[in-house]
Structure formats: C-alpha cells, structure tokens
Ligand binder design. Structure first.
Ligand SMILES: [Cu+2]
Length: 414
C-alpha cells in the first residue's frame, strides 16, 4: 500500500515540476497590453483622445518620438469613477522601453499631477526617447486617482539599434554632467548586496538550529529561556550595533560627498489652460440609439439643427478611440492606427449639406468589427447602458465642429 502511495506522490510531484517548468518556458508574445479589457463605459465616457499624431513609427535608440494631440474630458463622467481632480498624463508602454523626456498640457510642462475640469478640452504633447529595441504599442494614457489608468489609442512604434548605446545625460543643478542610465549603478549594487548579505547572515544564524517543533516543546514546557544562550545575545547585539554603525557611516559619507540635495518634486498643479474652442453652432439631439448585436452596428437617430452660417455634413463619430468615418466627407491622412479606424464605418441616410437654419432628422449607423474586437459592445450588459462619443461636422471649407453625445443605448439581439 505504502509503495503505491509513494509512487503516486512521486508521479504527481514530477507532473507538477513538469507543469511549472513548461509554464516557465511558455512565453507567448503579448500583442497588446490589456487595453481591450478596460470597461467600455470607462473608455467611452471619461477621456476622449483626438487629433493624435505620433511623429514617427520607426526610430533608432536615443531618437525621440513626439506624441501630440488633444483630449476632451467628458462632462458625462461616470459616477463610479473618481473625477480627474488628481490626474497624471502618462504613456502606456510595456515597461521602460522609452523614457519620457518631457510632457506638456496646454503648453505647460507637467512633470506632476494636474487637476482637470470636466467639459474642457486640452492640448498635450509628450516626448519619448527610445531606449530598448523592439516593436512597442505606444498608448496615450491618463492616470486618474480613484479611477485608474484611462487608456487612449495605441500605435506600434519600432525601435531599432542596440540598448547598449542608450544614454540619458543631464546636468545637475550643481553643474555636474551625469548619465542617469548608469549613474552610481555600482554603488546601488554594492549596498543592495551588502544589506542582503547581512540579512541572510542574520537568518542563517537563527535557522541553523532546530526550528519549530523542538522550540514549541521548549516553550510549552516552560523552558523558553533556555532557547537563547548568552552567546546568542552577544551576536544579536553585534548585529544591532553593526547595523546602526553602518547606517551612520553611510549617511555621513553620503552627506560629505553630496552636500546639496533636493527632494523629489511632487504636488498638484491647478489652473491648466484648456483649449479655447469656439461656440458650436450645431445642436444635436439623440432621439434614440440601439446596438444590433448580430450586425455589430450602432444605429442612432439624431435631430440636427444648423444655427451657423455655412452648410455642414457629418463626417465622423468617435468613441473609445475608435473612429467611424463617413468616406464622402472625411478621409484620414494622419496615419491613425488601422485597427481603430473604420474608414467607411459611418453611414448617414441623408448626408447632403445641412443648410443654415435647417433642422433634419438623420439615421446614422456606425458599424465595424471594432465594436466586438475592442469589446465596446460589452456596455450593453452594464446596469447603466449608455454610450458617449464625439461627432464631428464639417462645412465646405473643412471647418470642423465637435459635438458631444451621451445617451442610453438599447441592444437588439435579432
Ligand atoms: Cu496596446
């Protein structure tokens, strides 16, 4: 009986070992990093990124990519997500494959968190310096305290060259030129190794003797005092005194070598300048909106009134970074990521120019696989099934007006 049990135990151990080992070697290529798993309502009703431009899609190590564009902070911000009162403009990349050389919102340098106002539109710019070769999906991103990272569209950028050539030089406030990439790295390794060694020695000193059961017996039988000898106490005192002496020495030698230091800067910046957008002269009322699950299409009935002085046509509907274009009105020339661009995704039953003063009810269909691929259709299972996005109208001279829509969405399954 015993041998069979042993065999089974042995076999299952071998199986476990195999499973763990194969899991270690099984590393499928990650083609994205979770942008599709972020709740649809979060991507649709928080930050709308638009007019984006990635300056290059192939760079050599040390070269800089500029990401510029605008973002609109949606007025219909969901109640379940904290407002962007403390927000940080970021970039979604798989680790430090680029370094951020600078970022601006509304022309102001923003190395810290900022306070954003609902309903405002801001311009932004981020400089990224290439560090590690590879193909990287580079997203715009806004970290919102209490809301998490809110991801924008991602574009593939290829970095070539060798990481060994990467440098990150800067001049300190005391005039020294240092390379942040390997600044004092030997020192960092030395101190980590030293403290880890001391910690290990401390643990080894105590665990080299009988551990749990004999000690438990000694304690329960009232002989706890015998567990720690006079010699143990001496060693412990030596460790304590040595640790304090080493800390004091490290601190004083560092203060001698670097008499001037400043703390890392943190804090919140308020009063970031939003874009001064002209008043829109188009008003849009959403009469109804539904999502046809089998057709992967959203249909909206809109009543549009043109109060301006030139005729306009609907050219684009954008939601959660997916752009549905009306091909007769708008063509993308910015190199927007393919998977997020439905070049012929928007159809309007009557998209003849809407004259000044005219009101018309139009039926608009936004259809593309992106509804499913980007898991936007998931929002029909939300307790608050709403969609939101931006509509872009154009007049004959190409002047653009941006209109926000925010309305309930009703699914149809047939
Ligand atoms: Cu991505």
């Amino acid at each position: 009986m015993k041998t069979i049990k042993d065999k089974i135990a042995q076999l299952s151990f071998v199986a476990l070992l195999l499973a763990v080992t194969s899991a270690m070697f099984y590393t499928p290529t990650a083609s994205a990093h979770g942008e599709k798993s972020q709740a649809a309502f979060m991507r649709m009703r928080t930050i709308h990124w638009f007019d984006l431009n990635w300056s290059k899609d192939e760079v050599v190590v040390n070269e800089t990519v500029v990401i510029e564009g605008k973002f609109h902070v949606f007025l219909g911000w969901p109640e379940t997500v904290d407002k962007p009162e403390i927000a940080f403009l970021n970039i979604g990349i798989p680790g430090p494959v680029f370094i951020r050389a600078g970022s601006w919102i509304g022309g102001q340098l923003v190395p810290r968190s900022v306070s954003l106002e609902l309903g405002n539109t801001y311009s932004f710019k981020v400089l990224l310096k290439a560090r590690r070769p590879g193909d990287w999906h580079v997203h715009t991103m806004m970290n919102v305290k209490g809301g998490g990272p809110i991801i924008g569209p991602g574009k593939w950028v290829t970095v070539t060259g060798s990481m060994r050539d990467f440098t990150n030089p800067l001049t300190t406030l005391t005039g020294d030129v240092i390379d942040l990439e390997d600044y004092q790295l030997d020192n960092v390794y030395f101190w980590h190794a030293l403290w880890m060694g001391i910690g290990l020695a401390w643990m080894l000193f105590w665990i080299k003797r009988p551990m749990f059961v004999p000690r438990h017996i000694a304690i329960t039988s009232g002989k706890a005092d015998t567990l720690i000898s006079a010699n143990d106490k001496k060693v412990a005192i030596a460790f304590a005194v040595g640790t304090m002496a080493l800390t004091a020495f490290g601190m004083s030698s560092t203060n001698d070598k670097y008499p001037i230091t400043t703390p890392l800067q943190a804090g919140l910046m308020r009063g970031i300048q939003p874009l001064d957008l002209p008043e829109t002269s188009i008003s849009v009322a959403v009469e109804d909106a539904n999502y046809r699950v089998p057709g992967r299409a959203m249909q909206m009935t809109l009543t549009v009134t043109n109060n301006g002085d030139s005729a306009v046509r609907l050219g684009e509907f954008m939601t959660a970074s997916v752009r549905f274009l009306e091909p007769n009105v708008l063509e993308d020339e910015t190199g927007y990521p393919d998977d997020l661009l439905a070049e012929e995704g928007l159809t309007v039953d009557d998209n003849s120019p809407l004259a000044p003063g005219e009101t018309r009810t139009i039926h608009v269909t936004a259809s593309d696989a992106a509804w499913e691929v980007y898991r936007l259709a998931d929002l029909i299972y939300d307790p608050d099934s709403r969609f939101a996005g931006l509509l872009f109208f154009f007049d004959e001279d190409g002047n653009r007006q941006m209109i926000k829509v925010d309305a309930p969405l009703i699914p149809t399954f047939i």
